[in-house]
Design a protein around this ligand. Structure first.
Ligand code: GLU
Length: 500
């Protein structure tokens, strides 16, 4: 039933502005973005459309729409057409397209593929209750399928408002989903669903199909909750003679406990991760791995944006449960921190460090300390939506702790390392300092030679000099290699600190 797709690749993201920018929505947006970019490199087309699905006028608002733009901007997801960009298929807000939906509804009524139904809310509730009583599935019973002109006029004179229902034909409806494979349902499962509500607004399924068709969307890629809607949407495509796009449904995101992500404390809000210091490139990288992989046996995890645009194909999208794991996100964040341009990294960590001049010393120091940068996760126990205990991940990238000693003598001493400064090690450090003072060249090799030479003379292991030296000059037990560290700190600073 899927059409051939030699037509230009056009994909869309269609969020409803009714809440924050969910990580699941962001993942869907990202996959569409990557597919568009990947395609654009190879053939004409490759466009991403942003359509705001604000037909629910009560729940939609401009603030929530802004949240979508903020989330996308943070992730660096640009679109080719949308409410701000415009485009030849606009308007791109469904609330501005009601006349279009009405026109197609009228067309379906005129061709006998849809009809007006006048039941009141109470009558529909009674219908459901009666069905429940005989343990039948709740379905519209088709009572108004074949009203006469007179009957319709009578209802309208009563002041009743009609909905427009689709006249679902007998048979089966199915498609071959790119991720989920062949799916088929009996049309009796679908009943005569509503296209237009009595207030003149369209239902999601109807507006979605009209827009996807008119906007010439080639691939509909969305969350797995779309699977239930697809059969009804296919019936609408067929009734209107529209070309059918490919469907790609993406598995839900689960927490590490394999349960739905918790809504508490905004942990499913993309912008939460921004506020926790996660890099947009890291989030971009991580989201891409939730339902996609680069290939059989390919274990690469760290990707730049350009690499993902190059590698992303639909063949590698899969329906395996996608676990959103904050520890993994933290790991990916760490790797991006290490890989980003140094100047950018310096700008990022500057607020965590004592004030400093931006000179070669600062650059070398930060570059060396960066090898040890790490984003850590800590877990807060919270009460979830279901009243049960859940864990909320906090992220911490404490670079100040790892590097402040480059910029101040007042760096404090790690408790774990204080044991290295003893009555035995202190005189050795004094000897080491004297030799360093006399060194003709302040280089890594010369410093290393001096330390190893002294250790040998004293009949001790080099480590017995290395640990106390590191403690004395940095107050830390970990950091860059000691010889490199001393070289960067410079002779003056090193002697001053050893003397102390
Ligand atoms: N507005 C729908 C949603 O946010 C879009 C679903 C779709 O992509 O078709 O769930």
């Amino acid at each position: 039933m899927n059409s051939n797709n030699n037509k230009p690749i056009r994909v869309r993201m269609a969020p409803s502005p009714t809440g924050f920018f969910h990580v699941g929505t962001a993942r869907t947006a990202l996959f569409n973005y990557l597919f568009a970019k990947h395609s654009a490199q190879r053939a004409p087309g490759g466009k991403l459309v942003l359509r705001i699905e604000d037909t629910d006028l009560q729940r939609s608002n401009a603030d929530y729409e802004q949240v979508i733009y903020d989330g996308m901007a943070w992730l660096g997801l640009s679109v080719d057409e949308g409410p701000h960009q415009g485009g030849e298929f606009g308007p791109y807000r469904q609330s501005e397209r009601f006349e279009i939906y009405q026109k197609y509804a009228d067309e379906l009524i005129a061709s006998g593929k849809a009809y007006k139904a006048y039941e009141t809310g109470d009558e529909l509730t009674a219908m459901k209750a009666e069905q429940a009583a005989r343990k039948a599935a709740p379905r519209y019973n088709g009572a108004h399928r074949n009203l006469t002109e007179e009957q319709r006029a009578a209802y309208e004179n009563e002041g009743r408002k009609a909905v427009v229902r689709f006249l679902t034909p007998a048979g089966e409806t199915g498609w071959s989903d790119v991720a989920y494979g062949d799916i088929k349902v009996k049309n009796t499962e679908l009943d005569d669903f509503v296209l237009m509500k009595s207030d003149g607004s369209p239902t999601y399924n109807f507006a979605c199909v009209i827009d996807d068709a008119l906007m010439q969307i080639s691939h509909v890629m969305r969350g797995e909750d779309g699977i239930n809607n697809t059969p009804r949407q296919l019936l609408i495509y067929q009734a209107l003679g529209f070309e059918i796009p490919q469907f790609v449904h993406l598995p839900f995101l689960l927490g590490p406990d394999r349960k739905k992500l918790s809504k508490r404390h905004g942990a499913i809000n993309v912008l939460y991760y921004k506020s926790e210091g996660i890099l947009p490139d890291a989030m971009f990288n991580y989201l891409a791995l939730l339902g996609w992989n680069p290939g059989e046996g390919d274990t690469q995890e760290i990707f730049s944006r350009a690499e993902l645009e190059e590698k992303f194909t639909l063949e590698r999208v899969n329906k395996a449960a996608a676990i959103f794991d904050p520890e993994k996100l933290a790991h990916i964040n760490t790797e991006h921190l290490k890989a980003m341009p140094l100047n950018q990294f310096i700008e990022l960590v500057k607020p965590q460090l004592p004030p400093f001049e931006m000179d070669d010393y600062a650059k070398n120091a930060i570059e060396a300390a960066r090898e040890r940068v790490r984003t850590n996760v800590s877990w807060e126990e919270i009460t979830g939506d279901d009243g049960k205990m859940q864990k909320l991940a906090h992220f911490d990238t404490d670079f100040g702790r790892a590097a402040n000693y480059f910029f101040t003598d007042d760096y404090g001493v790690d408790e774990a390392g204080a044991k290295h400064l003893t009555d035995v090690s202190r005189p050795r450090l004094a000897q080491f300092a004297a030799r360093l003072e006399a060194l003709p060249d302040w280089t890594v090799e010369a410093i290393e030679g001096t330390l190893r030479g002294l250790a040998e003379e004293l009949g001790i292991k080099p480590a017995e000099l290395i640990h106390p030296s590191r403690m004395a000059v940095s107050g830390r037990t970990v950091g860059p290699s000691i010889f490199h560290l001393l070289e960067i700190l410079g002779r003056e600073r090193v002697l001053r600190r050893l003397a102390k």
